[in-house]
Design a protein around this ligand. Structure first.
Ligand SMILES: Cc1cc2nc3c(=O)[nH]c(=O)nc-3n(C[C@H](O)[C@H](O)[C@H](O)COP(=O)(O)OP(=O)(O)OC[C@H]3O[C@@H](n4cnc5c(N)ncnc54)[C@H](O)[C@@H]3O)c2cc1C
Length: 348
């Protein structure tokens, strides 16, 4: 029988917490270390779109992973709600991609055709029937399977479910170095934008922070039942009639001071697109997306007991179920191989 692998997870964002919960539920013994309190990184700041249609232009390994992860979401959320005893605002609400010029219309239609071959389904929709938007849209593409989740409720449920399953937490406890003679059976680096700053005996791909601001408007019933996207602006509705609008893409290192001009620009773009929001009060926040040149990093470092799970950039919330499943499977399999006698030993 396999013994439970002692696993250390470095980073308690959506990725680290999802892996921790899945692993502990499968019999591992997991400790999560976080430099701050868990769930205070990019995951807390995310909009919560689960939207392959807004993210992937064509077929790739990651477009497939995103589609699979989206399909896993209803069960993921259902199981989490049960395990945590909390509720999570999750809706398959669909998304509208809008065009306000002929050139934009051609672009979104060409993109939809390319996405179709990648398994991302969408259909043309009469732009004049998209509710709440500024007049003048000349085309709309509807993505019926795109969804939203409230990332903060997700994080709370993940931490609660993980704790109930027996995961141990070491908050305000940064791991700066992985020693070569590490006592853990497995270590997972899931420290988001900070991952490659951890000193490790194995070479790991670089990650860097890409800051993004969001704004939220309070109490707007009836708006944005579906996600609305145009160019670099998107809007979605959370429970409680809160409309979230994004976003920005800024290379500002690890600086997280709010930039009022960036937030005002997003609020203005949101008001341009949904006139009912123009001039309304808003609150703003930001977070650091973990970017990596090679795309998300999700692998075992060959010949070591270190797993990497970071660099999910704009799609960490979407990819969390898939990442957790994959990494948890690999660690449990590696552990059972470690425990089963080698073929030579079995012959003796
Ligand atoms: C504005 C914005 C909007 C976004 N919108 C979406 C969206 O709509 N949909 C979507 O799918 N994704 C979205 N994202 C991306 C998503 O938020 C990220 O991809 C995801 O949260 C990454 O999760 P993570 O767990 O890897 O990192 P994080 O959530 O950043 O967690 C990393 C954790 O590691 C900890 N840590 C750092 N260093 C150490 C250390 N040395 N030791 C221990 N712990 C450490 C940190 O304190 C932190 O808690 C958005 C991001 C931003 C900023």
């Amino acid at each position: 029988m396999s013994r439970s692998p002692e696993t250390r997870i470095i980073g308690g964002g959506v990725i680290g917490l999802s892996i921790a919960w899945r692993l502990q539920s499968r019999g591992a013994s997991v400790t999560v270390f976080d430099a701050a309190c868990v769930g205070s990184g990019a995951s807390w700041a995310a909009a919560g779109m689960l939207a392959p249609g807004g993210e992937f232009e064509e077929h790739s390994f990651w477009s497939e992973a995103a589609i699979r992860s989206l399909k896993q979401y209803p069960d993921f959320v259902g199981q989490l709600e049960e395990a945590s005893g909390t509720s999570i605002d999750f809706r398959v609400c669909g998304a509208f991609e809008l065009a306000y010029s002929e050139a934009e219309a051609l672009r979104i239609q060409a993109r939809a055709a390319s996405q179709d071959t990648a398994g991302i389904y969408s259909e043309q929709f009469p732009a004049s029937r998209v509710p709440g938007i500024r007049t003048g849209a000349c085309a709309a593409q509807y993505y019926p399977y795109d969804a939203v989740v409230n990332p903060r409720e997700l994080l709370y449920a993940l931490k609660t479910a993980a704790q109930r399953a027996g995961v141990k937490f070491r908050e305000y406890n940064p791991v700066r170095q992985i020693a070569a003679n590490d006592p853990y059976d497995a270590t997972v680096i899931a420290a988001g934008a900070w991952s490659s700053a951890i000193d490790s005996p194995v070479l790991i791909p670089e990650t860097k922070p890409v800051r993004g601001h969001l704004v939220a408007f309070d109490e707007y019933a009836g708006l944005c039942d579906s996600i609305v996207r145009h160019d670099h602006t998107y809007l979605l509705r959370r429970a409680g009639n809160i409309i979230v609008a994004g976003s920005s893409t800024e290379e500002a290192g690890f600086e997280r001071t709010l930039d009022g001009c960036v937030a005002a620009n997003i609020a203005r773009r949101a008001g341009d697109l949904i006139p009912a929001l123009a001039g309304s009060n808003y609150v703003a926040w930001n977070g650091l997306r973990p970017a990596s040149d090679s795309g998300p990093v999700m692998q075992r470092v060959e010949g070591s007991n270190v797993w990497l799970a970071y660099g999910h950039y704009r799609n960490g919330i979407l990819l969390a179920p898939y990442t957790a499943e994959t990494i948890a499977d690999e660690i449990m399999q590696a552990n059972s191989r470690m425990d089963s006698p080698s073929p030579a030993a079995r012959l003796r």
